[in-house]
Design a protein. Sequence first.
Length: 212
Amino acid sequence: MSSEELEGQRRAYARWAPIYDAVYHRFLADAHRRTAAAAARAGPDILEVGVGTGLVLSHYPPHARVSGVDLSEPMLRKAAEKVREKSLAQVRLIAAMDAGRLGFRDGAFDAVALPFVITLVPEPEAALDECARVLKPGGEIVIASKLGYDTGVQARLEEAIDPVMKRIGWSAAFKISRIEGWARRRGGFEVLAVEPLFPAGLFKLIRLRKAG
Ligand SMILES: C[S@@+](CC[C@H](N)C(=O)[O-])C[C@H]1O[C@@H](n2cnc3c(N)ncnc32)[C@H](O)[C@@H]1O
């Protein structure tokens, strides 16, 4: 990933950090709760990539051992504040890291959660390769994002409202098929589920399992 692209993301989220929770806390709560639940079902060792201000962290159960990483220091400071103020003992690490270069050993985690980040990463396939690397055999990648279908009634609905959604920063350009294509080409991953999330199935949860 070019350092310019990463710098652009850093600048954007330095602006978002002070207002992110006020804008998104309620709107993303369903997706956040279900992402954490799906990741925790895969096992206790969880990596959250793009942890942002830490809105997902309180949804992980107390027995989990969660590491949260993100590019943006201002977003990470908010996450660290939450961990302290809410005494979230399940959070073991908050650290600055790029999704494309994860500083963890191979096979370290039962689950890698990516809530609302994969569509922002310039090379999503490279980031997914990194997630796959740090995942234990039998572990799961759990993705929640605004992901579109290629065909069908839902795809037509998504295209119809895309101009409005784009204006508020939620394009349907990133398709579920891109993630499915990565899994197929890479091999050793099974798409377990694609589930609709609030609002009206525009956000989706995808679970992929690494072969055991
Ligand atoms: C839309 S926010 C989502 C935050 C949080 N996951 C949530 O759902 O509330 C996207 C986050 O991804 C982070 N991000 C963007 N590109 C990244 C990258 N290449 N590596 C790590 N984090 C990244 C941003 O800094 C930002 O905090």
